[in-house]
Design a binder for this molecule. Structure first.
Ligand code: NDP
Length: 246
C-alpha cells in the first residue's frame, strides 16, 4: 500500500535513521536518504543492493540549514514527484549537568532537534499539500520526561511533542497527519558510548529487560507513514519496552 509515495528521512546515515530508510526501501517506497555526514551516507549506499538503489536518492542535508532543506525537497520532487512522508530523525546530544552546561551546548541541541524539525515541516508541507496527502513523523524520546545531565536534550524532545501536535492541528484539513515516535534506550552509535554499568541500570527500569534495536523504531515509523495508520494523528507513540516509571 502506498508503495510509490516518497519519504525524506534525516540523519539517515546512522542508527535509527538508517534503519528507517532501510525499512522503507524494503517496503518499496522511494526514499530521499539525507544526513550531514557524507561518509556515513556513502557507507550506507555501499551496503544496499542495486535494485533497492533504484528507489534511493542520497543527499547531504544539514537539518539546521533552511537552504539545504529547499534543495533536498526540490531534488526529491524532481526524481520521485511530490513528497508524501517526512521523518525528522537527525539528532545530537551534548550532555552535562546544568551548571556545567554552557549556553552553546543548549542552543545547538535545541537547534538540531526543534528548529530543524520545524524547518523540515515548513519545507516539505507545500509539496505534501500539492500531492493532497502526507504523514510526518518526528522523533521525540522517553527523555522528554526529564533526564539527569540532559536539560537541553530533554527540553528539545518535549518541544518536539508540541510541534508535532501544532502541525497536526494546522495541516489535518490538507490530509496531512503529524505524529511522533518516542524511543526508549536503543542500541545505536548515540548510546554506544554509554558505559555498560549505566546501561545495566537502564535495563532494570525497562519491563522487557533489554535495550531496543533500531529496526523496532523503524517498524513504528513505517506504520505511521503508511495508510495503515490513517486514523492516527497528533499522537506520541512510545516504543520503549515498557518504562512504567515515566
Ligand atoms: P546517531 O548518532 O546514530 O545518528 C544520528 C545521525 O544524525 C548521525 O548520522 C548524525 O551525523 C546526524 N546528524 C547530526 N547532526 C545533524 C544535522 N545538523 N543535520 C543532519 N544530520 C545530522 O543517533 P540515533 O540513531 O541514536 O538517534 C536518532 C534519533 O533518535 C535522534 O533524534 C535521537 O535523539 C533519537 N533517539 C535516540 C535514542 C537512542 O537510544 N539511540 C533514544 C531516543 C531518541 P554525525 O554522526 O556526523 O553527528
Amino acid at each position: 500500500m502506498n508503495a510509490e509515495a516518497p519519504v525524506i528521512v534525516t540523519g539517515a546515515g546512522s542508527g535509527i535513521g538508517r534503519a528507517i530508510a532501510r525499512r522503507l526501501l524494503a517496503d518499496a517506497r522511494p526514499v530521499i536518504i539525507t544526513d550531514i555526514n557524507e561518509h556515513a551516507l556513502g557507507e550506507f549506499r555501499g551496503s544496499l543492493a542495486s535494485e533497492v538503489l533504484d528507489r534511493a536518492e542520497f543527499c547531504r542535508l544539514d537539518v539546521t540549514n533552511a537552504a539545504d532543506w529547499e534543495g533536498v525537497v526540490e531534488r526529491g520532487r524532481a526524481r520521485f514527484g511530490e513528497i508524501t512522508g517526512l521523518v525528522n530523525n537527525a539528532g545530537i546530544t551534548r550532555d552535562a549537568s546544568m551548571l556545567r552546561m554552557d549556553a552553546e551546548a543548549f542552543d545547538v541541541v535545541i537547534a538540531t532537534h526543534v528548529r530543524a524539525s520545524w524547518l523540515g515541516c515548513k519545507a516539505v508541507i507545500p509539496s505534501m499539500r500539492a500531492g493532497g496527502r502526507g504523514s510526518i513523523v518526528n522523533i521525540s524520546s522517553s527523555g522528554r520526561h526529564g533526564v539527569f545531565g540532559q536539560t537541553n536534550y530533554s527540553a528539545a524532545k518535549a518541544a518536539i511533542v508540541g510541534l508535532t501536535k501544532s502541525v497536526a492541528l494546522e495541516q489535518a484539513r490538507y490530509g496531512i497527519r503529524s505524529n511522533a515516535v518516542a524511543p526508549g534506550a536503543i542500541e545505536t552509535p548515540m548510546t554506544n558510548q554509554v558505559p555498560e554499568r549505566v546501561k545495566a541500570t537502564w535495563k532494570e527500569t525497562i519491563l522487557l529487560g533489554r535495550l531496543g534495536q533500531p529496526e523496532e523504531i523503524a517498524a513504528a515509523a513505517a506504520f505511521l507513514l503508511s495508510e495503515e495508520s490513517s486514523y492516527i494523528n497528533a499522537h506520541v507513540l512510545d516504543v520503549n519496552g515498557g518504562e512504567l516509571h515515566l
